[in-house]
Design a protein around this ligand. Structure first.
Ligand code: SDX
Length: 393
């Protein structure tokens, strides 16, 4: 007996930390980063500005922004030895498997930014991670599709640079479409942080032991992969493709409501939002823009998604349980139109969430109340008993 504690499976009512980074009002569908509404950041800001805001607490001045962009830009290269890691994987490996391994390996390359007690080293590690994630994600993509790696081009903005590393091919000129770059940037903003979700809590828990930041982010990537979390964007598009046409929607709605059927509507429901996820609205708008810019305005999957949402939102089951589309519902159609295969969707989520993970990790390290994370348990196993020799069992 070591005293009293509360039993809270899934941490539905336990705050694990204090945080000044992100605020969510799940009943009203409100999301603020450092006090700024996500709608305003997505419409008026750019991703690196949001990174600065999450890391430092304030929007940058023009000079601070210029300096920050420059510093991120000059960390985009990865050590050349890193490219050897990729060729160790099968070409058909899931890119998230490649991400877990390669990002985890970063700590083997950047020994000068793993001392977590030094604020300067922590910031260098943070910038490195934000800067190198697009390069590593694009390398995972290129390896996956059997093309040579494209090196970062640092006079481009963050999103354009990423799109170029993914879609440029040797001997052909590649010009980034600014509408698509803006959409990519906005998708990054929408995924940047979301307070104590499963992967962020994983990063904090890993970091609470004093592990280095690269290892902690690899832990976050592993957690994000699951279909109940970041893997939902891939699962949602696979679901829309499986449904295939509007007339099959009622069958899937019925399955989602059936307690004996494990099927759930992917991209629907949320632990905190009991209202429309504000990110899903902006994502839907971004979807329209990307479909138009890529000539896919008549995408039949968009019709399936819109009709699925309409039917679900007018259904008693979904109303009663307050299940609404989340950020992952419309992202798949948008990312597919941008040219990504479904297997890359969660990688893009990881790329964007890296700043949230690293900002939360820094906040935790600086928190004087921080102690190693150590949940308790309710033991329900056998009582004390004596060992029995194998001949007597
Ligand atoms: C993300 O936490 C974050 O902030 C995460 C995230 C971020 O930015 O970090 O927002 C990103 O992970 C978004 C969520 C992506 N996942 C999905 O879209 C997968 C489908 N949705 C779910 O499985 C589910 O809604 C969760 C995982 C998102 C939330 O799980 P909870 O809070 O544990 O809720 P639950 O599974 O216990 O559901 C409550 C009830 C259940 O019915 P009852 O047992 O009470 O009768 O609602 C039902 C569930 O069966 N339900 C659904 C459903 N989601 C919940 N029924 C059908 N379809 C669904 N999608």
């Amino acid at each position: 007996h070591t005293g009293m504690f509360t039993y809270d499976p899934g941490f539905t009512s336990t705050a694990s930390c204090e945080s000044k980074i992100t605020y969510i009002d799940g009943d009203e569908g409100v999301l603020l980063h450092r006090g700024y509404p996500i709608e305003q950041l997505a419409e008026k800001g750019d991703f690196l500005e949001v990174c600065y805001l999450l890391l430092y607490g304030e929007l940058p001045t023009a000079a601070q922004k210029k300096d920050f962009d420059y510093r991120v830009t000059h960390h985009t290269m990865v050590h050349e030895q890193m490219s050897k890691f990729f060729s160790g994987y099968r070409r058909d490996a899931h890119p998230m498997a490649v991400m877990v391994g390669t990002v985890g390996a970063l700590s083997a390359f950047y020994h000068d930014s793993t001392d977590i007690t030094d604020p300067h080293q922590r910031m260098v590690a943070s910038l490195r991670m934000i800067a190198k994630m697009p390069t590593i994600a694009a390398m995972a993509f290129k390896y996956h599709i059997g093309q040579p790696f494209v090196y970062p081009k640092n006079d481009l903005d963050y999103a354009s640079n990423f799109l170029r590393m993914c879609f440029a091919v040797p001997c052909e000129e590649y010009k980034v479409n600014p509408v698509l770059a803006r959409a990519m940037d906005r998708i990054f903003i929408l995924h940047a942080d979301h307070e104590q979700n499963a992967s962020t809590s994983t990063v904090r828990l890993a970091g609470s032991s004093g592990a280095n930041p690269f290892a902690c982010i690899a832990a976050g990537i592993a957690c994000l992969w699951g279909p109940a979390h970041g893997g939902a964007n891939e699962a949602a598009l696979n679901m829309l493709m499986e449904i295939g046409s509007v007339d099959r929607i009622p069958e899937y709605i019925a399955r989602a409501k059936d307690k004996n059927d494990p099927f759930r509507l992917m991209g629907f429901g949320h632990r905190v939002y009991k209202n429309y996820d504000p990110r899903a609205k902006i994502m839907q708008q971004t979807m329209y823009e990307v479909l138009e810019a890529t000539g896919h305005s008549d995408d039949p999957l968009m019709q399936v998604a819109l009709e699925l949402e309409r039917i679900a939102l007018s259904d008693e089951y979904f109303k009663e349980k307050k299940l609404y589309p989340n950020v992952d519902f419309y992202s798949g159609i948008t990312l597919r139109a941008l040219g990504f295969p479904t297997t890359m969707f969660t990688v893009l989520f990881a790329l964007a969430r890296t700043v949230g993970w690293i900002a939360q990790w820094n906040e935790m390290i600086e928190d004087p109340q921080q102690r190693i994370g150590r949940p308790r348990q309710l033991y329900t196993g056998a009582p004390k008993r004596d060992y029995v020799a194998v001949s007597k069992r």
